[in-house]
Design a protein around this ligand. Structure first.
Ligand code: ADP
Ligand code: MG
Length: 264
């Protein structure tokens, strides 16, 4: 690893420990990874493997117990990390008393943009997120997929280069999940922000990412990594292609879900 890397994110030997009453619980064990400037990296791991903890560390919400975190080639102390990345957390709820556009504008308001301007800017982006006509709807009037897109727009409007996504479609039903993944692939292929997405869904990881990392059960360690050679633009039909199935098989094997001896 070069001394001064220009990766959007570089983590070296990062460990994380929670204090649970009198016990110490090791959640992440010496994780080393990077995300390059125009790269979509997905991390898959079982529940409890430390995926959310890892994103909390990158975003500055939780402190690592060992290791180093560089953003855009700079070592960033925990307290300076807040605001260096755009983070969509696992249960990213919309405020029920704000309209869709007012919710989306939150990130801009947090950056000091005056309310009226923030809301006007947010409204302009609604069509691009498939939300045209729903600017003034309340969160309770939106479908799950639409609420997720509002939360996603809010995250994007934070206007940070590095995007951190924690199981963004985990709460959606299967059909909505598929359409949101297809939408995100198209959005990303146009923008190519650096992304680190964590998920327990192997198909989602392969469909979206350039590279997939596999985290072991707790304490989370990176046990496998592979580059995804499915061509872009990604189409749903690619999910039945031989290379997609090959990736699925090797990632499930790395996760310990299928036994290597049973893989053809
Ligand atoms: P994942 O997102 O992969 O499901 P998490 O990062 O949420 O995993 O959690 C990793 C491990 O750390 C889990 O065993 C979880 O119970 C534990 N953990 C998470 N947050 C806390 C906390 N605030 N205090 C104590 N233990 C925690
Ligand atoms: Mg989690």
């Amino acid at each position: 690893m070069p001394e001064c890397s220009t990766a959007a994110l570089s983590m070296q030997g990062v460990s994380a420990t929670y204090r649970d009453r009198n016990d110490l619980l090791l959640a992440l064990d010496s994780v080393t990874l990077d995300v390059q400037a125009h790269e979509f990296v997905a991390m898959v791991g079982p529940s409890g493997s430390g995926k959310s903890t890892l994103l909390d560390i990158v975003s500055g919400l939780f402190g690592e117990s060992a290791g180093r975190v560089d953003v855009d080639g700079e070592a960033i102390a925990l307290e300076q990390r807040l605001g260096r990345s755009a983070y969509m957390r696992q249960r990213d709820l919309l405020l029920p008393w704000r309209s869709a556009a007012e919710n989306a504008a939150l990130a801009l308001e947090a950056r000091g943009v005056p309310k009226t301007k923030a809301r006007a800017t947010a409204r302009q982006r609604f069509p691009e997120f498939g939300l045209a006509g729903f600017e003034d709807a309340w969160p309770s009037q939106l479908s799950g997929g639409m609420r997720q897109r509002v939360a996603f727009l809010r995250t994007i409007l934070a206007d940070r280069s590095l995007l951190l996504l924690d199981e963004p479609f985990g709460a959606l039903d299967a059909l909505n999940r598929v359409s949101m993944q297809t939408w995100l692939a198209g959005y990303w292929e146009a923008e190519r922000h650096p992304v680190l997405l964590v998920t327990h869904d192997v198909d989602e990881a392969i469909f979206l990412a350039d590279r997939v990392l596999v985290l072991s059960p707790r304490p989370g360690r990176i046990v496998h990594e592979e580059r995804i050679d499915v061509p872009r633009p990604r189409r749903r039909a690619a999910m039945t292609s031989p290379s997609f199935l090959q990736h699925r098989s090797s990632l499930l094997t790395a996760l310990g879900v299928i036994d290597e001896t049973n893989v053809a």
